[in-house]
Design a protein around this ligand. Structure first.
Ligand code: PLP
Length: 389
């Protein structure tokens, strides 16, 4: 009889093991490496003839189980988990681009994405061109011969503008350009960019996908061919998600549907209430009839998500006053958790941007961003009211 190492005894549960040993949840395979029975098995793995695991930086069973779940949620063939949203962004860009290529990106974009495109990729000879939402809508005339990727968010952070994903994706496809949508704000429950024709979806899984503000993770979802194209960059740059975080993310995703339904209804209720308050000059929420992209949102989204942004009539002073008085909402960056959070974009996601860059992103100094959680909507409105009054 082959003598086994005690640690592997449990995995290869043999004689005497309970007959119902199949777990309901995917276990955390925290092992960094996996054994091979023979040189023939190792060679089969290297030649792509076996489904074995070798090393957790390349692939890990716990991580793969969550990747399969996410691919299904987005309507994609394959998914890849990474150690943060920014790891997903940089890995995708390094995997798809080379010196001399150009990326077209909407100027209304998460600040980290903007900085990676503006300050890092140019060191490697990749040029980024930032366009307004209007130019994104007329992309045919913007794409040039060296454009290889079009990157955009919908809804955008923090202004909640929406791009017509099907229209952008079809122009990209006709010109042989890869379209990538940051779907963090919507979540796959509210919007599936791949089914609208986009090539790749990117997520800060730190946000709604996990939903409990206790995991930092990122994801890419798309066709198997495109994920395979990016895979060498994940393997070699090493931004992989570790198994315990993947497990927590998979657990969070089990309640994604019910959480998003409540985020949608709470946020819409608060957005409608804010529109009636005299201290508020503008409310950005795609579910409101007053929103400039309301029709696009109605066409491509099932619900409009949990993010609401508003502008204080008193500008930055009013926004700061609100921020310092809010009580049930917690003052914190990030978003998408079960608890409600409040942030000031100019002091968080858009911190350090010049007035010109802020204007390009549509962000004003009087803006307040709310990540509306799952609490009772009446309690949330009472809190917003006391902070505004
Ligand atoms: N994309 C959006 C829309 C975000 O809001 C964020 C983070 O706030 C990111 C990407 C980056 O994700 P992470 O912080 O997980 O790296």
């Amino acid at each position: 009889m082959t003598k086994r190492h005690p640690d592997t005894e449990l995995i290869h549960a043999g004689e005497g093991a309970p007959s119902n040993a199949m777990p309901v949840t995917t276990p955390i395979y925290s092992s960094s490496t996996f054994t091979f029975a023979s040189s023939a098995e190792l060679e089969a793995y290297q030649q792509g003839r076996s489904q074995s695991f070798m090393y957790s930086r390349y692939a890990n069973p716990t991580v793969m189980a969550v990747e399969a779940k996410l691919a299904a949620a987005e309507g994609g063939e394959a998914a890849m988990l990474l150690s943060s949203g920014m790891a997903a962004t940089s890995t995708a860009l390094f995997g798809l681009l080379q010196s001399g290529d150009e990326v077209i990106c909407s100027a209304a974009i998460y600040g980290g994405t903007l900085q990676v495109l503006r300050s890092f990729l140019d060191r490697f000879g990749v040029r980024a061109r930032f366009v307004s939402m209007e130019q994104l809508g007329a992309l045919g005339s913007v794409i040039g011969p060296s454009t290889k990727v079009v990157w955009f968010e919908s809804p955008t952070n923090p202004t909640l503008r929406c791009a017509d994903i099907a229209a952008v994706a079809s122009v990209c496809r006709a010109k042989g350009v890869v379209s990538i949508v940051d779907n963090t704000f919507a979540s796959p429950v509210n919007q599936q960019p791949l089914t609208l024709g986009a090539d790749l979806v990117m997520h800060s899984a730190t946000k709604y996908l996990n939903g409990h503000s206790d995991v930092t993770a990122g994801a890419l979802v798309g066709s198997k061919a495109l994920i395979d194209r990016v895979m060498p960059a994940r393997k070699l740059l090493g931004g992989v998600l570790e198994p315990a975080s993947a497990y927590a993310l998979g657990r969070g995703m089990k309640t994604l549907g019910v959480r998003i339904a409540r985020h949608n209804s709470n946020a819409l209720t608060i957005a409608r209430w804010l529109e009636t308050h005299p201290g508020v000059s503008r409310v950005c929420y795609p579910g409101l009839e007053s929103h400039p992209d309301h029709d696009i949102a109605r066409r491509q989204m099932h619900g409009c998500g949990g993010m609401v942004c508003f502008e204080s009539r008193d500008g930055q002073d009013g926004a700061v006053r609100f921020f310092d008085r809010i009580a049930l909402f917690q003052r914190a960056a990030s978003l998408g958790g079960v608890e409600s959070l409040c942030s000031l974009p100019v002091l968080t996601s858009q911190y350090g941007l010049s007035d010109e860059q802020l204007a390009e992103a549509g962000v004003t100094r009087g803006m307040v961003r709310l990540s509306v959680g799952l609490e009772d909507s009446e309690d949330l409105i009472a809190d917003v009211q006391q902070a505004l009054d």
